[in-house]
Design a protein around this ligand. Structure first.
Ligand code: WTA
Length: 637
């Protein structure tokens, strides 16, 4: 992709072009892809009804752009490097030709299982190459993939399967995560006992351990893959046909299925990948995110493959077998560009600099972060000890809903400033507004971060409930896409993202709605009411703090806390487990009965002197009890 942004001036020039004449700008970018039919119209949009179309009238298949398009020149180039969880085990490399063939074979398997264009397929798998292959096979056959992160529980999986109406589920027998074995198939069996839709499951044997197979429903991947042809004609998709659904948390209790469509998402992920990371042919790109999250979709899978890059997929975790594993992987595969989350940096930073110093990481040329604000200390550590002051850091702000990176530096091209995501990408028109939706134009101000013009990678709807999409993202400030984040813009126009301003908490870069966790807690027969808030956490960014009003019969409080934690694990997964549960008798409420979460957040953070005026509360007397309880929880932990 030739944007020729090589310095700050050309960035500014391209940015202006993208704003003044977006259609022309995107037409040039889009013309570099392989289309079965070109578009009639570049962009049409209406933010009130959320009717957004990019490249309408075009026909394409994203996998022809990820695979077929590269074969004439790159058949023998490495597309994927897979690094297993166990460090001693051999890694796998697949060339573009091999990946192409495996994707085509998998398409034939899907076809044999009755999958057709438009069907939804759920993928619940560890980070094995077959996950990436299955994602692409769905896209090639025109099925809508919905990947559910392996850390979610059977209940959460069942909820997502039912919401999307998935016909097929692809999983593995199990996987190792650090020292632990995760019984994927067993979790699937539990989920399928709760859910109605799945007709078949395809099971990839990864661990080789015994697992129950239900006759007529469960099929082994290795059996079905026998003798499948290595060609499969890509199904022609309309530009606005859905490509995938990815569930994410919002301020209500129910996760939303964010829908991305074929053409716009393709153009956006490739464009942002190449420009932000300044990817050069032959480089090894490593995004450490799981494919179960949007970052793994856009920057482990689609962005790199659309660009003919070598993408590294790591099955393991940063601290297994010890906290040098990331650095080992960088050395082993001569990684050039490394993209990870601030939480990982902070947890590895806690182990000091001697570990990274033991590895040869001269191959690194660009570093990236994503998922949460990065604090200055972590930024400096990453810059000094991993990048050795040679590598620019791109702090990339974006969301599941935006499909790809929105605000970030272009590595080595635009200026960087620690803790600032910096400038919007060409095509992105952010604005800050006050609580009345009025634009704030003064320099050096905070405001609610909104986007005022469509970009190709934006969400099109929330699956099965378009009204919810309108309400959640386009109604708070009419005419604008509201991100849910607060931001600061400095005198140079650089943005720093301050974090969520809604009831979403970001724990180690994972999003949870507080209502989602409260719903799980409230299922306990002794829980009368609960309120969940985030509090600052040194490693995780935010931790989860739950206040629970409970029925005071003869209950053992320790036991109750234990049962509540178990319920959250059962309903959502271990990843949403509260760090603290404070049993209380009352929660601060306004006279109209609304829980004052602002006060609860301050108490959870121990910031007692920032509570503000509490005298107008319905029940100001509860504050002292809440403070006492918080103090004793902190001292006992
Ligand atoms: C937060 C992840 C600060 C933000 C790609 C956003 C960030 C939410 C950054 C989306 C960043 C993401 N700096 N905050 N560089 N990147 N966030 O949907 O609050 O999992 O709204 O997408 O993460 O999380 P999601």
């Amino acid at each position: 992709m030739n944007l020729s942004i090589t310095n700050f001036d050309s960035y500014q020039e391209k940015y202006q072009q993208s704003i003044k004449n977006p259609d022309q700008f995107w037409e040039v970018i889009a013309s570099q892809f392989k289309w079965q039919k070109k578009w009639d119209k570049v962009c049409s949009w209406d933010f009130n009804q959320v009717d957004i179309k990019w490249f309408e009238g075009a026909k394409l298949n994203i996998t022809e752009n990820c695979l077929d398009r590269h074969l004439p020149q790159k058949a023998n180039d490495i597309a994927i490097i897979w690094e297993p969880s166990e460090p001693g085990q051999p890694f796998i490399q697949l060339t573009y030709q091999q990946l192409y063939e495996q994707v085509c074979q998998t398409c034939s398997m899907l076809k044999e299982l009755g999958i057709e264009k438009g069907d939804r397929v759920c993928l619940y798998m560890p980070m094995v190459p077959e996950l990436l292959i299955a994602v692409l096979a769905c896209a090639r056959i025109g099925a809508v993939h919905t990947v559910v992160f392996g850390g979610f529980s059977a209940n959460a999986l069942a909820e997502r399967i039912d919401d999307a109406g998935c016909k097929l589920l692809i999983t593995t027998d199990g996987a190792k995560r650090g020292h632990k074995i995760i019984p994927f198939k067993q979790i699937v069996d539990e989920a399928l006992a709760l859910s109605k839709h799945i007709e078949k499951t395809l099971v990839y044997r990864h661990l080789g351990e015994k697992c129950a197979m239900q006759q007529g429903r469960d099929i082994w991947w290795h059996e079905l893959s026998q003798n499948q042809p290595s060609e499969f004609i890509a199904v022609a998709m309309d530009a606005e046909d859905p490509l995938f659904i990815l569930y994410t948390s919002g301020s209500t209790g129910k996760p939303k299925g964010v829908v991305h469509t074929c053409a716009g998402y393709m153009v956006w992920t490739a464009f942002t990948f190449q420009n932000v990371f300044q990817y050069k042919e032959g480089e090894v790109f490593w995004c450490s995110a799981d494919i179960g999250w949007i970052t793994g979709h856009s920057y482990l899978t689609y962005g790199p493959l659309l660009s003919g890059a070598t993408t590294l997929m790591f099955e393991g975790i940063p601290t297994y077998p010890d906290a040098s594993r990331f650095w080992q992987v960088i050395e082993r595969h001569r990684v050039n560009i490394f993209y990870t989350a601030p939480t990982a940096i902070r947890s590895l930073m806690a182990h000091g600099t001697t570990l990274p110093e033991q590895f040869e990481m001269e191959s690194l040329s660009v570093l990236g972060t994503v998922g949460e604000p990065i604090n200055e200390e972590a930024w400096q550590w990453y810059f000094n000890y991993i990048g050795k002051r040679r590598c620019p850091i791109v702090d990339t702000w974006w969301q599941t809903e935006t499909g790809g990176i929105m605000i970030a530096g272009l590595a080595g091209v635009t200026p960087q400033k620690p803790t600032f995501a910096s400038y919007p990408l060409p095509g992105v028109q952010p604005i800050l507004v006050n609580e009345n939706g009025k634009e704030i134009t003064e320099p050096s101000t905070n405001g609610y971060l909104c986007i005022k013009y469509p970009w190709p990678g934006m969400l099109r709807t929330t699956y099965g409930d378009h009204e919810r999409c309108i309400q959640t993202y386009f109604s708070t400030f009419p005419g604008l896409y509201f991100t849910g984040d607060g931001a600061f813009r400095d005198e140079l126009g650089m943005y720093r993202i301050n974090g969520r301003v809604d009831d979403v908490i970001n724990v180690s870069g994972h999003r949870f709605g507080t209502a989602e966790i409260e719903n799980a807690i409230n299922l306990h027969p002794n829980a009368i009411e609960s309120a969940v808030v985030g509090y600052p956490h040194d490693i995780k960014g935010e931790g989860i703090y739950a206040y629970v009003i409970f029925e005071q019969n003869e209950i053992n409080e320790e036991q109750l806390i234990h049962e509540i934690k178990d319920l959250v694990i059962k309903q959502i997964g271990k990843i949403a487990q509260p760090d603290y549960i404070q049993l209380v008798q009352g929660l601060p409420k306004t006279r109209s009965g609304k829980i004052m979460r602002r006060i609860l957040r301050k108490i959870a953070a121990g910031q007692y002197d920032e509570l503000g005026d509490t005298s107008t509360l319905l029940n100001p007397e509860c504050i002292e009890f809440l403070k006492e309880g918080q103090k004793s929880l902190m001292t006992s932990s």
